[in-house]
Design a protein around this ligand. Structure first.
Ligand SMILES: C[S@@+](CC[C@H](N)C(=O)[O-])C[C@H]1O[C@@H](n2cnc3c(N)ncnc32)[C@H](O)[C@@H]1O
Length: 291
């Protein structure tokens, strides 16, 4: 089984063009989009389910214990790519960083190591369970330079002082108005600072040779995200989203975990993602639709 990953990043002077100013974006996709066109809702008229999903706007993966654990194992698959994104973008020692949609804190913890004891990181997320877990993990890791805060409404959140960088991984895809939120967060960054996002491109994922079970799971995952209003190909839209937010188009690159053989962690990742999505799959009738 193999997976590709799209990572993009850019170094303009967004707010301020110049050597010390960069906007960086990265987007990732992984394998479970395999055969999406055949398995997905594309080409079909959206149903009532889809409309009701858009109105409830519930976060599709939830924050049950299994999801909190899945975030940690997902992060193990892509941490090296994220670190590369951060370094290429220019995250350095001493910086102050805001991690938007931090989940259980993986990007915050990684970034806290990069900025060192002279820097600091604040992770924000609306999940109380996620933030509690992130705090426990930061204490276990002995990282006093990272803190976490529950934030219900990203659009009205302001850090106490402008930060050197705003970062986020797999968050814009879940927001109703990603460009508006991006624009809001860009205003929280000091002139010449960094904006770094890593997002999913599900449509590039595949297995080779074809694996029917992975493809079936990929179809369920894809359809559930779609019905919940998540943008599964947000990575492709990063450039446009930055521009809509009033920023220059980001510098971008593509990266991906790749797995093969019976011991590949990819299988577990697919299974864990299906498990986290199960309540919403049932809610939307995705499994029924697929029969
Ligand atoms: C897929 S997780 C990614 C977590 C983390 N960035 C990582 O890569 O491990 C998406 C996170 O976004 C958070 N989230 C989704 N919508 C949100 C919103 N409107 N406001 C704040 N957090 C949100 C969820 O609670 C979840 O923790």
């Amino acid at each position: 089984m193999k997976a590709d990953d799209l990572l993009g990043y850019y170094r303009p002077g967004s707010l301020h063009f110049g050597a010390d100013s960069s906007v960086s974006t990265a987007s990732r996709h992984w394998f479970y989009s395999t055969m999406k066109q055949q398995n997905s809702l594309f080409g079909r008229v959206p149903s009532v389910i889809e409309e009701s999903a858009a109105s409830t706007h519930q976060y599709v993966l939830g924050d049950a214990e299994c999801e909190l654990r899945r975030l940690v194992s997902q992060s193990r698959l892509i941490a090296d790519i994220t670190e590369q994104v951060m370094q290429r973008a220019g995250i350095k020692r001493g910086m102050s960083v805001l991690d938007c949609g931090c989940g259980v804190g993986d990007v915050s913890l990684l970034t806290a190591r990069l900025v060192g004891s002279a820097g600091r990181v604040l992770g924000i997320d609306r999940s109380v369970a996620g933030i509690n877990r992130a705090r426990e993990r930061a204490a276990e890791a002995g990282l006093p330079n990272v803190s976490f805060e529950v934030v219900d409404d990203l659009a009205s959140f302001r850090p106490p002082a402008p930060v050197d960088a705003v970062v986020g991984r797999l968050i814009l895809m879940y927001l109703r108005e990603p460009a508006a939120i991006l624009s809001h967060f860009a205003r929280q960054v000091r002139p010449g600072g960094l904006i770094v996002f890593q997002e999913l491109v599900l449509s590039m994922c595949r297995s080779e040779p074809s694996c029917p079970l992975a493809e079936k799971c990929g179809g369920w995952i894809h359809d559930t995200f779609l019905l919940a209003g998540a943008d599964v190909d947000m990575g492709w839209k990063l450039f446009a989203t930055f521009q809509q937010a009033g920023l220059p188009g980001p510098e971008m690159f593509l990266g991906s975990p790749v797995g093969a053989g019976p011991d590949s962690p990819m299988y577990r990742h697919i299974a864990e993602t299906v498990r986290s999505l199960l309540p919403m799959m049932e809610h939307y009738g995705v499994l029924r639709l697929k029969k």
